[in-house]
Ligand binder design. Structure first.
Ligand code: CMP
Length: 245
């Protein structure tokens, strides 16, 4: 996830206007395609909109569409047998989801929920597989992203198995800073602030514990929280990275 902006006033969604091939080049997955290849995608892609908290699809449903986020954010979640939500990943503009069920012909592996008003571009299974078959550069990019997600999942398994909750929160901030951090001259790195509940659901603890730990970090000036942004002290991130690797 990052803060890339895919919509501008000029290309704001208009259901009556066909999507132009150049629009698709803004998605990292399609960035290297030529005009003819982009035109093929533009011909089969559709746009859908959802409100905050709408479910895009549920785990275990059968799946027929591949989705790219044009605007907004989703959480990829699983619900434990006790009804507890576990957030696997938060995805934002430019990210994709819904590829797994199309690639392995299994049901959806997780539930995907809009955490903000959301606009996605969708491609049907048959067209998606055809596009992959015809374009190895794109297929490789998709595999590279799947590899990144597997690495990130492995790292989370490791931290859940070996770290206390403080370490897991530090690792979470390290990953957030790597994925979407903006370094500032003040010695802090700015990231968009997930809610305390979302952080708790990502690192396997309670919201109260996250609030308490964040309060501790704030008292030590290692973290500043302002509106929708968190500023993380760069030297603390560097130190944690050294200790964790
Ligand atoms: P699919 O299984 O079709 O539907 C759920 C989607 O959530 C899945 O495809 C992926 O796109 C996404 N997803 C599932 N697990 C993860 C994960 N661990 N990290 C990031 N994305 C995931």
């Amino acid at each position: 996830m990052d803060n890339r902006q895919l919509t501008t006033d000029n290309n704001r969604y208009n259901p009556l206007r066909p999507m132009l091939p150049a629009f698709f080049r803004k998605f990292p997955l399609f960035a290297d395609l030529d005009d003819r290849e982009l035109a093929t995608i533009a011909a089969v892609a559709k746009t859908r909109r959802y409100g905050k908290d709408d479910v895009i699809f549920y785990a275990d449903e059968s799946g027929d569409i591949f989705c790219l986020i044009r605007e907004g954010q989703v959480k990829v979640t699983m619900i434990s047998p006790e009804g507890k939500e576990i957030i696997l990943k938060i995805l934002g503009p430019g990210d994709f989801f819904g590829e797994m069920a199309l690639l392995d012909d299994e049901p959806r592996s997780a539930t995907v929920v809009a955490t903000e008003p959301l606009e996605i571009v969708t491609i049907w299974r048959h067209d998606f597989l055809q596009i992959l078959q015809e374009n190895f550069t794109l297929t490789r990019k998709l595999l590279a992203e799947l590899s990144r997600r597997l690495r990130s999942a492995s790292s989370r398994i490791e931290s859940l198995a070996t770290m206390d909750v403080y370490g897991r929160l530090a690792r979470f901030f390290l990953d957030l800073a790597r994925d979407q951090g903006k370094p500032l001259d003040s010695g802090y790195v700015a990231v968009t602030r997930p809610t305390h509940q979302a952080m708790a659901n990502m690192i396997g603890t309670s919201r109260e514990t996250v609030s308490r730990l964040i309060h501790d970090l704030m008292r030590q000036n290692l973290l500043i929280s302002e509106g929708k942004t968190i500023y993380l002290k760069k030297t603390a991130l560097d130190q944690f990275r050294e200790e964790a690797t």
